[in-house]
Design a protein around this ligand. Structure first.
Ligand code: NAD
Length: 864
């Protein structure tokens, strides 16, 4: 057997080798060339007596088989002598198998100190003495193999073996450390927990089992672990009856308690599941790996907290996204709730509550807090609290509010709300928790409003955490620049609560009394709405679109029926505010300011992700090229034959500013989509400005190409088929046909809002212009000038059926009929001009002028 694992020239000590496992190990090693010291005290299995017979018999067996062995009759407690036997006989030592053992089984109840002591002496002290005597020799020669004999009783525990279990697992620990200390000197150390039929087990196992579990099934593993080729060290194996397996430690992922605050037994109890759950277990193999989570925790400092607030758990928490929607009705109800339009003849106030208002319906910007707050209230009603915030509603007050309009609110919208715990501040006795909610237009994905709702949590501070910035906004010394005084209604809270804050504190007299108030109190956010409206009145000429943001601190409660006096100081672009209840001369809103825009910001929506010609959506980015693509879309819709003629997909990569568009003149009815859609046959790369010049006929594509200003990749020939682009142009740029029929825009409102609009109206009027150019008789049937005022997004167009029929953007000097409707309703009207009746009756269409002309809108039919 050329591959036989041999022990020629190696000297081994096997303690307790007179019987059982020790004997089996010794016979195997000797049969493979090892010289073996057969140590055995020769006593009983409980440690009594001694005799040389046991060892002698095994030595004789080995010798009879042609092996080399020497007997030693010392107790392992005299380990030095055993080692000396090896050195005296063969002058060397390579292998030590600590195997000798006895049992003193008894229940712990009956266990004597002698039982404990004897077991300790034979197993642990004996193994120590033998190993300590052998160690210097092994180190000096730079080679050694040590094997310790543990037991399942030590690993798992076993009734009646408290002493034995102690010793056996003690040996595992002993072996583990020797493995580390011996590694450098090539001394490899392992332990086995065997099971075998022997004197030891014959009293506890049935005879058949004892006979079947032969020690010879264990010894091969022992021999391999003691062989030169085996590099295993520091390991523990279970072995017996033909089964061999390695054991290791397994640790749960565990729970890390941030340091820096008390770790309580209650916290341990609460975390019991994560402390004990093995689903994400690890298997550390050394002390460093074992310590890893501890060291990690030491280096990551806690942000602090207490039983009310766990800053580490709560800070940065992101709430699940929520959705909601609102329309003019919600806005009007809110506006009434914050005291708007008390004078129904005041046109600047009427705009907040009347959807057909002549100047246009305008949302009150402070409404921006309502959908966000409602989403938070809804989550808290559903029990969805951020982790780590463990206080009840009885401790909280709405302390401060910041609301920022990222663009003017549309009159109706579907919203998505994203919330997170933005800041947590320790104010000493109390704490502040700042929840940030950003509301996005669900259709365009654009952020509309950002809110910071600051909750004051009574008695929850004091962990020594960050105090947060000073948000004081002291009013100037001088007299206010403007003051508006307004009395609230006795039923103001009942009206305001319909916007979503249903807390009975604002409606139920008894409930309010229980909280120490003489009657239900007004919502802090109702007063917030009053002051916001007052600033718009006093400093924005009644135009709510100039409103950028508002920050307030709620200083005291207001009772419905009381009079609010808003004092305002202009301070650059902001207006510092203080609001008092006149009757009690109490400041109810302090440290407050409103920021105003200098000009009305653009209300243009970003483009929807894609738009088919059959369903044009809000157009892109407001850039001129976006409007050109809008016009191309309309043109393609009008010329379905292009798809068959051109049969290519084009990708336009515009730069300065960057935008990408796909013009599909190959599939279906053709399409214009923003972004790269599908595989293009031909790509054109040029600047936005050159693209405009090209499509308005001012620049020749050939010249751009040869001048290096237009890069064409893919099928260059396909670019030759784009000649029709010169015919399209945009309403803004004025292409050839557009110039022919469109008069320049007139009657600029000067408000900064776009006259052309960027919704589908732009495409519709471009298409109408084409239609009337082709069929002027349609316009002549109309025989009148119609002014269209499209909202959401806003735009003005004039359809002139007198003289040369034309469609142009802007306002007419004199229109026979004026129609105001939303972009969406215009699309509905185009689908079915009969819808005019329905839109009018539902208040969605405002008609001024000769109402009879409204029945002559047939020219709009099936424009798309
Ligand atoms: P065993 O009784 O057959 O053999 C043990 C031998 O050790 C005996 O010959 C005994 O005379 C000798 N001995 C006792 N005290 C001594 C001392 N002070 N100095 C020198 N020799 C001494 O038992 P075994 O079953 O072969 O056990 C061998 C080892 O295996 C023991 O350490 C035991 O604890 C361990 N073990 C055995 C089993 C099993 O199922 N047999 C299970 C777990 C662990």
């Amino acid at each position: 057997m050329g591959n036989e694992l041999r022990f020629d020239g190696k000297v081994a000590i096997v303690t307790g080798a007179g019987n059982g496992l020790g004997r089996s190990h010794a016979l195997l090693l000797a049969s493979r060339g090892a010289k073996v010291v057969i140590n055995d005290l020769g006593g009983s299995s409980t440690g009594g007596g001694r005799a040389s017979e046991a060892a002698d018999k095994v030595v004789a067996e080995i010798k009879a088989a042609g092996g080399e062995a020497v007997a030693n009759y010392d107790s392992v407690e005299d380990g030095t002598k055993i080692v000396q036997t090896a050195l005296d006989t063969w002058k060397r030592l390579d292998i030590v198998i600590n195997n000798a053992g006895i049992l003193r089984d008894t229940s712990f109840q009956k266990m004597t100190e002698q039982d404990w002591e004897l077991i300790y002496r034979v197993h642990l002290l004996g193994a120590f003495r033998v190993t300590q005597a052998a160690w210097p020799h092994l180190r000096d020669q730079g080679y050694g193999r040590l094997l310790f004999t543990a037991s399942a009783a030590g690993i798992y525990g076993n009734f009646g073996q408290a002493n034995y279990s102690m010793a056996k697992l003690g040996l595992v620990g002993f072996a583990n450390t020797l493995a580390i200390e011996g590694r450098k000197k090539n001394i490899l150390v392992n332990a086995i927990a065997p099971i075998a039929g022997s004197r030891m087990t014959e009293t506890v196992l049935p005879k058949e089992v004892v006979d079947a579990l032969r020690p010879e099934y264990v010894s091969p593993l022992a021999a391999w672990l003691c062989h030169e080729e085996c590099q295993e060290t520091g390991s523990l194996f279970e072995v017996g009856g033909g089964f061999m397996a390695k054991l290791r430690w397994e640790r749960t992922r565990g729970k890390v308690f941030k340091l820096g605050r008390a770790i309580t037994p209650e916290a341990v109890q609460k975390s019991w599941e994560s402390i004990t759950d093995f689903t994400e277990a690890t298997h550390p193999t050394d002390v460093a790996a074992g310590m890893q989570p501890v060291m990690d925790n030491l280096t990551s400092q806690s942000k602090g907290g207490n039983e009310f607030i766990d800053v580490d758990a709560a800070l940065g928490y992101q709430f699940p996204e929520t959705t909601s929607s609102y329309d003019e009705r919600d806005l009007s109800l809110y506006a009434l709730g914050v005291g708007a339009a008390q004078d129904p003849l005041d046109t600047k106030e009427l705009q907040y509550v009347y959807e057909l208002h002549g100047e246009g319906f305008r949302p009150l910007p402070t409404y921006g807090v309502i959908p966000a707050l409602n989403s938070v209230l809804k989550m808290s009603a559903e029990g969805k609290q951020a982790p780590g915030l463990n206080y009840g509603l009885d401790r909280v007050l709405h302390g401060e509010q910041y609301t920022e309009l990222l663009r003017p609110l549309p009159p109706k919208a579907s919203l998505r709300h994203k919330g997170r715990i933005k800041d947590i501040f320790d104010k000493g006795k109390n704490a502040l928790v700042v929840t940030e909610v950003t509301s996005y237009d669900a259709q365009t994905g654009e952020p509309l409003v950002r809110n910071e709702i600051t909750t004051f949590v009574r008695g929850a501070g004091g962990w020594g955490g960050e105090r947060g910035p000073v948000t004081d906004i002291p009013p100037p010394e001088r007299a206010p620049d403007a003051v508006i005084t307004e009395k609230t209604h006795e039923n103001q809270a009942l009206l305001y609560r319909l916007s979503g804050d249903w807390n009975p504190l604002h409606a139920d007299p008894e409930f309010a009394r229980n909280f120490g108030f003489q009657k239900p109190i007004l919502h802090g956010l109702c007063t917030f709405g009053y002051v916001g409206r007052h600033v718009i009145k006093a400093f924005a000429n009644g135009d709510p679109r100039l409103f950028k943001s508002i920050r307030v601190r709620f200083a005291d409660t207001v009772l419905p029926g009381e009079t609010l006096r808003t004092e305002m100081w202009k301070d650059g672009e902001r207006v510092i505010i203080r609001c008092k209840v006149v009757e009690r001369d109490k400041v109810v809103i302090s440290n407050a300011a409103v920021e105003l825009h200098k000009e009305v910001p653009s209300a243009q929506a970003k483009p929807a992700a894609s738009a088919q010609a059959s369903a044009p959506a809000a157009a892109g980015g407001g850039s001129a090229s976006a409007r050109v693509f809008e016009a191309i879309r309309a043109y393609v819709a009008q010329h379905p034959e292009l798809v068959a003629k051109v049969a290519n997909v084009y990708l336009f990569k515009l730069t300065q500013p960057d935008s990408t568009w796909t013009l599909d003149l190959k599939n279906g009815a053709g399409a214009v989509q923003q972004g790269a859609q599908g595989k293009a046959d031909c790509s054109l790369e040029l600047t936005d400005a050159d693209f405009l010049a090209m499509t308005s006929g001012k620049a020749d594509p050939q010249k751009l190409y040869f001048g290096g200003k237009l890069k064409i990749t893919g099928n260059v020939m396909a670019s030759q088929k784009l000649g029709f682009l010169g015919k399209v142009g945009s309403a803004g740029e004025g292409s050839a046909p557009a110039k022919a029929s469109a008069a320049p825009a007139s009657g600029n409102e000067g408000s900064g809002s776009s006259h052309v609009g960027n919704g589908r109206a732009s495409a519709l009027f471009t298409a109408l212009q084409e239609r009337l150019a082709q069929k002027p008789e349609l316009a002549r049937e109309l025989g009148a000038v119609i002014q269209f005022h499209i909202t959401d997004p806003e735009g003005f167009w004039v359809v002139d059926g007198k003289g040369t029929p034309s469609v142009r953007d802007g306002k007419a000097d004199k229109a026979d009929l004026a129609l105001r409707l939303s972009d969406e309703d215009l699309a509905a009207l185009v689908q079915d001009p009969q819808a005019v009746q329905r839109l009018y009756q539902h208040g969605k269409l405002r008609v001024d002028g000769d109402i009879r002309l409204a029945s002559r809108l047939g020219f709009l039919k099936q424009l798309i």
